[in-house]
Write a protein that binds this ligand. Structure first.
Ligand code: HEM
Length: 464
């Protein structure tokens, strides 16, 4: 069997349970998370990413519905698409790198319906206008999000913070990411309660900035660095970093906390110059921290190439993802330093550019690349189609173009005030939707094939 040696999971391991029923019972519950995540991305997150800019370019008159709908887009992408994917991958990876079973397993399962329902309620509540029903749904969504985040964090702590865990530096990233996931859920709950009390259908932008920062950099970036700093050195023939990786995790956590406190304080009405500067400096700090993170991951300084031929092109998705991490690093340093030097607030369009460089360019490309490299479903596909390159390369081109269009428009927005600028944004949304449709189709077909293989393996007699 031709497989990429260090990170691929041997087929014998994927086929361990000897019937389809046993497969669903014993395998970590990641399929459900991944499938739900892709369903949210395709039907809502990227669909709204096309419709919202089109509504501006074609003047559909969404008026006051534009903000609730783009906020729904943001939360579906962050929680429904990226977080569900990350949580599913975490449940698959944690037992493998820590040598410990998922504990408590029941909570791992419980986090799926809670988080999924939280996202669905948010999606219904935000465009529903203002009223008692809308407020009830919004607050219920916040409560469910909090319960889901607590369940996930308890599984991460229960699995990794154990004497026998071999999680090493990866454990730091995962535990911190889980802690930030609980923090964002707490902030989100407080903000939706506040919005409901005020009779509003959106979280105010000044208050949402801290929430989004925790979601993007405390949770998503932290988790990506955790996985990549473990998997990539193995592929690149580098020693697995320990002290440097822990330092990156702690520095990122500190920068995110400082920004969040400053931003929420500003959101509560303070206009203190010291707070405005602190917010800008901690935003700029993401630049050197991401740079250090990319160095620790080692994707651009390989000492060897330990990937088999059939996986060579998948690494291009990871390289592209980390090129976008460097672009977000440059943009956050630029906007942060400029704002702190002038004592100004961070520019809204600049923050939007950094978010989309991280959300589309880095996180979405990383999700596709890492899944294709390490999930057993894709390993089976590689054994059947060892020379197939077009799916990974098509996804790479579509996502790179989507991210470039989305980020370029945000960077140019200050000099390009008219609504024409929404056309390239909508085009970016369509390209990203296309990439996700292709990725999801490949995953579903591969999952189906894997299940048929597992179901065809004869049952072993007990005790053998
Ligand atoms: C190419 C794909 C995408 C397009 C075209 C797009 C488009 C948009 C648009 C038009 C807005 C509103 C901006 C404004 O009017 O100020 C927005 C906001 C946002 N987007 Fe995206 N987006 C895309 C992908 C993503 C992804 C993948 C994520 C997250 C992983 C994401 C997260 C957000 C967030 C958090 C907001 C801010 C919402 C808020 O104000 O609370 N987007 N996006």
């Amino acid at each position: 069997m031709q497989m990429s040696q260090p990170v691929n999971i041997p087929l014998s391991e994927t086929a361990e349970p000897s019937s389809a029923g046993a497969f669903w019972r014993h395998d970590p519950p990641y399929h459900l998370f991944l499938l739900t995540s892709l369903a949210f991305a395709i039907t809502a997150g990227f669909t709204l990413a096309i419709l919202a800019p089109l509504s501006m370019a074609l003047e559909w008159g969404w008026g006051r519905h534009y903000l609730p709908l783009t906020q729904a887009h943001g939360q579906v992408q962050v929680l429904g698409f990226v977080a569900l994917f990350i949580i599913g991958m975490a449940y698959r990876l944690m037992p493998r790198f820590s040598g410990r079973p998922l504990t408590p397993r029941l909570l791992a399962w419980a986090s799926w319906p809670m988080l999924s329902l939280a996202v669905v309620l948010r999606l219904i509540a935000q465009p529903a206008g203002e009223g008692l029903w809308q407020r009830t749904l919004l607050v219920s969504s916040g409560c469910l999000g909090m319960l889901a985040a607590t369940a996930f964090a308890l599984v991460v702590v229960g699995t990794l913070m154990h004497r026998q865990s071999r999680a090493e530096a990866t454990g730091y990233f995962f535990v911190l990411a889980a802690a930030f996931f609980v923090l964002q859920a707490g902030i989100n709950l407080a903000l939706v309660v506040l919005a409901a009390q005020r009779g509003e259908d959106v979280i105010r932008a000044t208050e949402a900035a801290g929430l989004l920062h925790v979601q993007f950099y405390g949770f998503i970036a932290m988790f990506i660095f955790g996985v990549a700093s473990r998997a990539i050195p193995t592929i690149s023939g580098l020693p697995r970093p320990q002290i440097q990786a822990k330092a990156v995790a702690l520095a990122l956590a500190a920068a995110v906390l400082v920004y969040t406190v400053a931003s929420l304080w500003i959101g509560s009405g303070s206009r203190s110059e010291a707070l405005v500067r602190t917010e800008a400096v901690s935003f700029a700090a993401l630049g050197p921290i991401f740079l250090a993170g990319v160095w620790v991951v080692g994707i651009f300084r390989p000492a060897a190439n330990r990937l088999a031929g059939a996986s060579q092109h998948h690494i291009w998705l990871i390289r592209a993802a980390f090129a976008w991490a460097l672009i977000s690093a440059g943009l956050s340093a630029y906007y942060g330093v400029r704002a702190s030097a002038g004592g100004d607030f961070l520019p809204v369009f600049g923050v939007d550019a950094v978010r989309h460089a991280a959300g589309v360019g880095w996180a979405t490309t990383m999700i596709a690349g890492m899944a294709m490299l390490i999930l057993p479903e894709f390993a089976i596909r590689r054994t059947r189609h060892p020379t197939e390159r077009w799916p990974a390369l098509t996804i790479l081109v579509l996502l790179s173009m989507a991210a470039a269009l989305r980020v370029a428009v945000a960077v140019a927005a200050a000099q390009w005030p008219d609504t024409d600028r929404y056309w390239p944004m909508a085009a970016g949304g369509m390209l990203a939707e296309g990439a996700l449709l292709l990725f999801a189709a490949l995953f579903v077909v591969s999952l189906w094939q894997k299940q048929s293989i597992v179901a065809s393996i004869p049952l072993r007699p007990a005790g053998k």
